[in-house]
Design a protein around this ligand. Structure first.
Ligand code: SAM
Length: 304
């Protein structure tokens, strides 16, 4: 998979050299490049922002550096239009102002995805991570200040499949932290990046439930034990125990996820666990009970 990230703080993305994502880059599973937006400016001060039309606080990212940066990526030497690409790059590096139009826009479905981190975007989740992991080329445009001039997104839709994506309902100072999270979540789903693909199957959010609690040695630690069944060697019983714990934990911490479940995927034991917790199961929905405090509920369990 090819990933390009454009930012005014390329150093922020240095963490993508580390751990599994760093190794995947070394192994060639991820061709990840970080680009400095200021390299696509043409003035002496390498200006990327200006005051907002209509007034108000803060600055807005100027459209032209973004257009230049994104054009260089959509038509980079690795893509279908090398002549246009090298012309854009040469002119920008020579400090010329260019208004190059890409000559051969790709059909919509073949265009790279442009992810624009934004608190006003669709909220990122595991389903979107799976969807993006199937793509060949992702481009991330890290905003700063009050964000990017809106016309960039309109223009970019002619060359990319544009997706404004939010990390959650809060405001960060820039898109870089969101990109670190998204690249890690997507990158680990690319085949070969995580050594044991089994570990991706049972994770939180892979089947609409949170993961069960996990334990390691010693079995008795500071007076706290582990559920006996985990020492039994009975794989069927262990699987049942883990599933019950998934259902219980999700019901306690994320009633919204339980409410989104298809009742048909719940077996008899799942239904019994949910009924005990006060949930009502109809043929079409699972109706949450009044949610109890997840942390408090969790703390009362597994204490010998
Ligand atoms: N004025 C913007 C608003 O209220 O929607 C917020 C701008 S924020 C200070 C600067 C940049 O941080 C945004 O352009 C975006 O790239 C990034 N950002 C902030 N919060 C984010 C979030 N929850 N998810 C993804 N990116 C975010």
């Amino acid at each position: 998979m090819r990933i390009d990230v454009v930012s005014i703080f390329p150093e922020y993305l240095a963490a993508l050299d580390l751990s599994l994502i760093g190794k995947a880059r070394q192994d060639g599973l991820l061709q990840l490049q970080v680009h400095d937006l200021r390299d696509f400016t043409t003035d002496r001060h390498r200006t990327v922002d200006d005051t907002p039309y209509g007034g108000g606080a803060g600055m807005v990212m100027k459209p032209e550096p973004w257009a230049q940066a994104l054009e260089s990526l959509v038509a980079s030497p690795e893509s279908d239009t090398p002549a246009v690409a090298s012309r854009v790059v040469d002119q920008v590096s020579a400090g010329e102002r260019v208004e190059t139009q890409l000559e051969t826009p790709q059909p919509a479905a073949a265009r790279p995805i442009l992810i624009v981190p934004s608190p006003a975007g669709e909220v990122f989740n595991q389903a979107l991570a799976y969807e993006l992991a199937l793509e060949d080329h992702l481009v991330f445009a890290c905003g700063r200040y009050e964000g990017i001039d809106e016309r960039v997104l309109e223009w970019a839709a002619e060359h990319f499949r544009v997706r404004p994506v939010s990390l959650g309902d809060y405001v960060l100072n820039g898109g870089e932290v969101a990109v670190l999270a998204m690249v890690e979540a997507v990158g680990r789903l690319v085949p070969g990046v995580v050594g044991n693909p089994e570990s991706l199957v049972e994770e939180s959010h892979s089947d609409g439930l949170l993961e069960y609690p996990v334990y390691t040695k010693p079995s008795d630690w500071r007076g706290r034990g582990i559920p006996e069944v985990l020492l039994s060697g009975n794989h069927a019983k262990i699987a049942r125990h883990r599933r019950d714990e998934q259902v219980r934990r999700t019901a306690e911490r994320r009633p919204d996820l339980i409410a989104a479940l298809d009742p048909e995927m719940l077996d008899k034991a799942d239904r019994a666990t949910l009924s005990t917790l006060g949930y009502t199961i109809t043929p079409t929905q699972v109706q949450p009970a009044t949610p109890m405090s997840g942390v408090a509920a969790e703390a009362t369990r597994h204490t010998p």
